[in-house]
Ligand binder design. Structure first.
Ligand code: RIB
Length: 307
């Protein structure tokens, strides 16, 4: 039966973590023990965060990933469902779910250590078994916290079905040209861009990725906004001034927002202003998924604020 759902349909292949967060005055040095000001736990993982972001920003979202056979895995599944994400593409892998230990300093900057747990069990076979979720979507969203072969397999499926692929190359690593060729857009920060392209300089790095077949590069620049580069040209979109509390999931909110805007046409400055606003709001709140805004929060923020 044809669906009346006019929302953008996004498939996410990626990670789910349980985040243990400590808020500190400053980050510890090597061998140093510090006492945290406060501590929270939150659902996280780049894949799950981006799935929740796209859902809160109005998309219909399906998640393909892996959780552990522990109670955290079941809680992760319920959490996705509570956020309106279709979690039927979650594999239950024997063993623990993924965890992340996150330290936040007084500027809202963070360091993150991830133990992949079940995320490491997300293989290309499981992605193939869930190919329909990708083929039926308007966009496939990928990150690099799960095995690379799975991301590549998902991108191949999307490529054959003509579905645009959005890759957030985090955590950064060198990537096969085949994966880059399959990407409609990639969204590195400056550090990730340097690792990915091997070329110094933001615009030169972005152009090196275009030369490898990426459709468009959106370089996230933190408080400076973002830079868009494709074969047609380049533009910068400034961000919003905020008092940052925690940068965790700001990038994921940006990416989730972009997945709701990516289509056959070129991404516009207005689209990227929307993404910047989603990321800026997330940075004003503590925790990964608790910080991700809804579409009405972004609309309200943009109506009241100027970059
Ligand atoms: O992008 C933020 C996320 O990175 C956190 O939620 C943490 O789980 C790590 O995956």
């Amino acid at each position: 039966m044809p669906s009346n759902d006019t929302r953008k349909s996004v498939a996410v292949v990626g990670s789910l973590n349980f985040d243990l967060v400590c808020v500190l005055d400053r980050l510890p040095g090597l061998g140093e023990t510090l006492t945290a000001r406060s501590h929270v736990t939150a659902f996280g993982g780049k894949g799950a965060n981006q799935a929740v972001a796209a859902a809160r920003l109005g998309a219909s979202v399906r998640m393909i990933g892996a959780v552990g056979s522990d109670s955290t895995g079941e809680a992760m599944r319920r959490n996705l469902e509570d956020n309106g994400v279709d979690a039927s593409g979650l594999l239950v892998a024997e063993g623990p779910s993924g965890v992340a230990m996150i330290s936040i300093d007084a500027n809202g900057d963070n360091t993150i250590v991830v133990y992949p747990g079940a995320n490491a069990a997300l293989g290309p076979d499981w992605v193939r078994a869930n190919a329909r979720a990708i083929e039926d979507g308007d966009c496939l969203m990928l990150q690099l916290e799960t095995p690379l072969e799975s991301a590549l397999e998902a991108a191949r499926i999307a490529g054959r079905a003509g579905v645009p692929v959005l890759l957030n190359p985090a955590p950064a690593r060198a990537l096969p040209d085949e994966l880059l060729r399959l990407c409609s857009a990639v969204t590195p920060n400056e550090t990730e861009l340097a690792i990915l392209s091997g070329v110094p300089g933001i615009e030169d790095g972005a152009r090196a990725l275009l030369a490898k077949g990426v459709g468009a590069v959106v370089v996230t620049l933190g408080s400076a906004g973002c830079l868009y580069v494709d074969e047609v040209g380049t533009f910068t979109v400034p961000s919003y001034r905020i008092d940052a509390v925690d940068a965790t999931a700001a990038g994921d909110s940006f990416n989730g927002a972009l997945a709701t805007r990516l289509g056959s046409g070129r991404v516009t400055p207005e689209d990227l202003a929307f993404c910047n606003a989603a990321g800026a709001i997330a940075a004003t709140r503590l925790g990964a998924q608790p910080s991700i805004p809804t579409i009405s929060e972004v609309d309200q923020f943009m109506a009241l604020r100027r970059p």
